[in-house]
Write a protein that binds this ligand. Structure first.
Ligand code: NAD
Length: 351
């Protein structure tokens, strides 16, 4: 039996990862999440009766709690998803981003290091840090980020993630802690909080509300279906070399406008009776976000070559699955929209 401490496992990618990890029969997950606005126990509701899933409400920066969890559960690996993750929120209030992403990761590293030393520095221990391609800054019309692209973060979010990546790197080079870092492009898929582009557009379009697109809609992102990202993290955890960084991306560059147009066409197809067809008529262009990076693209050839990972979904197949999931889960969407997802299922938490 392998025991993982997954942080941020009630968030979008974390909850998908916990589900993937528990699909392996010999894995236990201790899921540590602070349940900020982005943490949603509804996203873990299907795991409520799973004895190999242990949810704890708490902060990655709480060293006493993290040390207790590591010891009590004899953890074999830490997978760190916990973060403040929304760029717009980081512009309005950067403090929480520095606190969780940078200081929180520092405290988590220190707790993990103390535990690893106490256990005699086992070779098989892993600390996997989940990060973003936004640390590399913005690209011109050509080229792609590789693992050696210099860091050039432009938002408080990406700067705080960049700082955390540097700490993780230093804990390998200075202390020998067996760390791994993944830098991934934009994710989409089930359980994503509807402040991010794709779920926001799905929910607004299905209600007939206008679809706000920043600037000219020409910003390019390299989209990856969340389950493909989770499989990549699993693969890196299994077979990655400590101290190494792996870029993760889907080779699916799309402008925001293309994303919204594809979604609208799919909605027209899946909801032939909807009163708001064609959904593309709901698009409106709004003032651009300050410091909005123009283009991100990821070169994931190292992960493909060294660890044999390839995405299973194309952008079109993943987007269809995502849309079908949101249309098939009206209760999840309603509880996120009206705020009732917060704080109700806390009975299972032990902190
Ligand atoms: P999310 O905002 O959906 O989830 C973050 C989770 O972390 C939430 O459940 C929240 O409650 C929890 N959390 C926040 N602060 C915490 C703290 N101090 N202690 C414990 N838990 C805390 O984010 P996401 O989109 O699932 O992203 C997860 C990770 O993946 C982040 O580190 C993010 O930087 C990275 N990432 C995201 C994307 C993307 O497109 N969403 C792409 C690449 C990398």
């Amino acid at each position: 039996m392998q025991t993982l401490l997954v942080t941020g496992g009630a968030g979008f990618i974390g909850s998908n990862f916990v589900r993937l990890a528990l699909a392996q029969p010999d894995v236990r997950v201790v899921n540590l999440d602070l349940l900020t606005y982005a943490g949603n126990l509804d996203s873990l509701a299907d795991l409520e009766d799973e004895p190999r899933h242990h949810f704890v409400r708490g902060d990655i920066g709480d060293r006493e709690l993290v040390s207790r969890l590591l010891r009590e559960h004899q953890v074999d690996a830490v997978v760190n998803f916990a973060a403040e993750s929304h760029v717009d929120r980081s512009i309005d209030g950067p403090g929480d981003f520095v606190q969780t992403n940078l200081v929180g990761t520092f405290n988590l590293l220190e707790s993990a290091r103390a535990y690893w030393v106490e256990r005699g520095e086992p070779e098989g221990f892993r600390f996997l840090h989940v990060s973003t391609d936004e640390v590399y800054g913005s690209l011109g019309p050509t080229g792609a980020f590789t693992e050696t692209t210099p860091y050039a973060p432009n938002s408080p979010y990406s700067a705080s993630k960049a700082g955390s990546d540097h700490l993780v790197r230093a804990w390998f080079h200075t202390y020998g802690l067996p760390v791994l870092t993944t830098n991934c492009s934009n994710n989409y898929g089930p359980y994503q909080f509807p402040e991010k582009l794709i779920p926001l557009m799905i929910l607004k379009a299905s209600r007939g509300e206008s679809l706000p697109i920043y600037g000219d809609g020409g910003n390019v992102r390299d989209w990856l279906f969340v389950e493909d990202h989770c499989r990549a993290i699993w693969r890196v955890l299994e077979a990655g070399t400590p101290g190494e960084v792996y870029n993760v991306g889907g080779n699916s560059e799309r402008t925001n406008l293309e994303v919204v147009d594809t979604l609208c066409a799919l909605l027209d197809e899946l909801l032939p009776e909807a009163p708001h067809r064609p959904h593309a008529a709901l698009k409106t262009f709004v003032k651009d976000r300050p410091g909005h990076d123009r283009r991100y693209a990821i070169d994931a050839s190292k992960l493909r070559r060294e660890l044999g990972w390839t995405p299973q979904e194309t952008f079109e197949s993943g987007l269809r699955r995502t849309l079908e999931w949101y249309l098939g889960h009206p209760e999840w969407c309603a509880r996120v929209t009206d705020g009732s997802y917060r704080g109700e299922r806390l009975g299972g938490a032990d902190n």
